[in-house]
Design a protein around this ligand. Structure first.
Ligand SMILES: C[S@@+](CC[C@H](N)C(=O)[O-])C[C@H]1O[C@@H](n2cnc3c(N)ncnc32)[C@H](O)[C@@H]1O
Length: 296
């Protein structure tokens, strides 16, 4: 295995990357004439590539044997490097040492580009990066938050919003939310509660998602228990409303399911800049892209 090997995702990974890539392309095309500094910040950058294993097939009546194939496709970091007009600065963050090694190789092979590779937890790295920037005048950025799970802290989103310069594509883990928010409140241990509150930014989900329900056992005895009544659609709406309270504008998300049709993620687009012209432009581009994603 090379440092660049990073196997993840499904059909919806291709869709997610093609939508975000499409946005990046249109973003630099539209903003290049107006801004000196266009940045791309990939806080969960991976390796720059992804390895896709395409299963083989035994010979049967439909055809001969097909061997398994391994394909290397571009990950988000490479997609952003290839965007024309180019980004002026690209910032890649990741927590895994092997992924950082691959990102450093990617940087070395594009020595003429301004690329920063930042190791460590994305929340701390974003906070540091944003605090180093005294003014955002003349700079506009797109950030891609593409974690596997519930790794983005609410306070990180608050800091991003305060820049008024960064548009965010955020892949929100619905599976993380409905797995951590157990059906029976008795199973909610302190670490699950803390993870949910850190991601959602308020403990109110405990009241909003749970209700006292009557339970009858085999012997006909009844008691009451606190049970989750919020389903995945409710959780997506709830998180969307939280984002809409924080950001200047948020678009309806694209739902991404796994190969068995189970909801995994909601791809949200949020805009930090409150100026009507900025909201109008980013919304026009992203809405069109999300619509195409919903139709595919
Ligand atoms: C879904 S992958 C990202 C894929 C990437 N966007 C691409 O298209 O190639 C998630 C990445 O986040 C990294 N990661 C996980 N937790 C992290 C954290 N707390 N901070 C920074 N990176 C993290 C993982 O090492 C992994 O590379």
């Amino acid at each position: 295995m090379t440092p660049a090997d990073h196997e993840f995702g499904s059909i919806s990974t291709d869709l997610k990357l093609s939508l975000v890539g499409g946005y990046l392309q249109q973003f630099t095309t539209a903003l290049r004439p107006q801004f000196e500094n266009l940045w791309y910040i990939d806080a969960f950058a991976g390796t720059g590539e992804r390895t896709v294993v395409i299963p083989g097939r035994a010979a049967d009546m439909l055809g001969p044997k097909v061997d398994e194939r391994v394909e290397r496709r571009r990950g988000s970091a490479k997609i952003a490097i290839d965007v024309v007009p180019e980004f002026d600065r690209l910032v890649f963050m990741d927590k895994r040492a092997r992924h950082i090694a691959a990102l450093n190789e990617l940087r070395a092979s594009h020595a003429h580009r301004a690329i920063d590779v930042i190791p460590g937890d994305a929340n701390a790295a974003i906070m540091r990066l944003l605090s180093q920037q005294r003014s955002w005048a003349g700079t506009r950025a797109v950030m891609f938050l593409d974690p596997y799970g519930m790794s983005v802290d609410w306070e990180t989103l608050v800091a991003i919003r305060q820049t008024e310069a960064i548009d965010v594509w955020y892949l929100v883990s619905l599976a993380g939310l409905f797995r951590q928010a157990t059906r029976d409140a008795e199973d909610l241990d302190p670490s699950k509660r803390a993870a949910l509150t850190r991601m959602i930014g308020t403990p109110d989900w405990q009241e909003d998602w749970y209700e006292l329900k009557k339970r009858t056992n085999l012997f006909g005895d009844t008691d009451e228990r606190l049970a989750r009544t919020a389903e995945v659609d409710d959780m997506e709406r709830y998180f969307g409303a939280r984002l809409a309270d924080l950001f200047a504008a948020v678009l309806p998300p694209l739902r991404l399911n796994d190969d068995r049709g189970i909801p995994q993620f909601a791809l949200f687009f949020a805009i930090s800049n409150p100026k009507p012209a900025a909201i109008g432009l980013a919304t026009r581009i992203a809405r069109h892209i999300l619509k195409a994603g919903m139709a595919s």
